[in-house]
Design a protein around this ligand. Sequence first.
Ligand SMILES: Nc1nc(=O)c2c([nH]1)NC[C@@H]1CN(c3ccc(C(=O)N[C@@H](CCC(=O)O)C(=O)O)cc3)C=[N+]21
Length: 341
Amino acid sequence: GLWSSAVDALSGSKKRNDIPIQGIDLPDVWNSFGSAPTPPPPQKDDERVPTVIDGKSMAAEIRLGIADEVRRMKDAIGKVPGLAVVLVGQRRDSQSYIRFKTMACEEVGIKSLLTELPENCAEHEIVSAVSSFNKDPSIHGILVQLPLPKHMDEERILGAISLEKDVDGFHPLNMGNLALRGREPLFIPCASKACIALLLQSGVELKGKNIAVIGRGKVVGLPTSLLLQRHHATVSIIHAFSKNPEQITRESDIVISAAGVANLVRGSWLKPGAIVIDVGTNPVEDPNSEFGYRLVGDVCFEEALPLVSAITPVPGGVGPVTIAMLLSNTLDAAKRLYDFT
Ligand SMILES: Nc1nc(=O)c2c([nH]1)NC[C@@H]1CN(c3ccc(C(=O)N[C@@H](CCC(=O)O)C(=O)O)cc3)C=[N+]21
């Protein structure tokens, strides 16, 4: 329709033979900085006790509030919010994130539906799954789990999600509105909301702070940098082509890492007393753990801990709050549809 052609025209995603002024399709290829962490530098004369920010209990508290609201809505109008998840392929990490999302929905009384499609399915099958959820009146939020298999046009699939049901906030119009002053997106991406919530909850003022955001992806880095600017922070966006990531990060009061590279951020990258939000959830092989892998962050936690004033752990930091924000966005979508306040 009118919207989608307008969106295509604006995104320029079809014109890939132009002079690549912005190099939009250069993949982010990060150097690995080795995996063996060096022992933390001694800090004998320093009495600072770092705060390990507890995302798990914050998420539990948010879920309690959402459960109350869902109950109030059900009692008042006989409706509950509904979330649809589309999963393509068999990635183990995606499967377990989706299990957490489903469990969280159940806990707060949100209905959830899951459509699973094989890795080798056709793009139009995903679009048609999305379209049928667009039309389903019991579904208020639609989430297409990323990453999609490489051969698929992610923008086209995300653009097919109805704006009012885009609880991830990845639709180009929601993302564009997030970037523009004087406009409000219908939804703010969940992980970005989680980062801001964790900082504010920890009593951190954002206005005027120097904040390094490491990574510029659509899921976390980009929307988080936009949201931080709305909070009047001075934002440095660091990516794989940045010349001096370590120096920029070391000059920052707050570091938010969403690069997706285990142990990228070493102790030497951090200013003493910095606040660190680690959004990385990197699965690393671990035959000893239940599912054959465990999650580590982007930040070398052992090195960071003695230096920082506060840090989020992985797991138990940003992840659970991200899921709570997904529930919150889904509740908001349903409230908006039914005009329920
Ligand atoms: N359309 C889409 N939306 C997303 O929001 C999205 C996505 N695709 N693709 C992948 C990333 C990753 N992500 C996580 C969410 C929660 C945890 C989480 O809850 N982790 C727990 C437990 C992890 C564990 O123990 O396995 C923790 O950190 O404590 C992790 C990762 C959402 N993402």
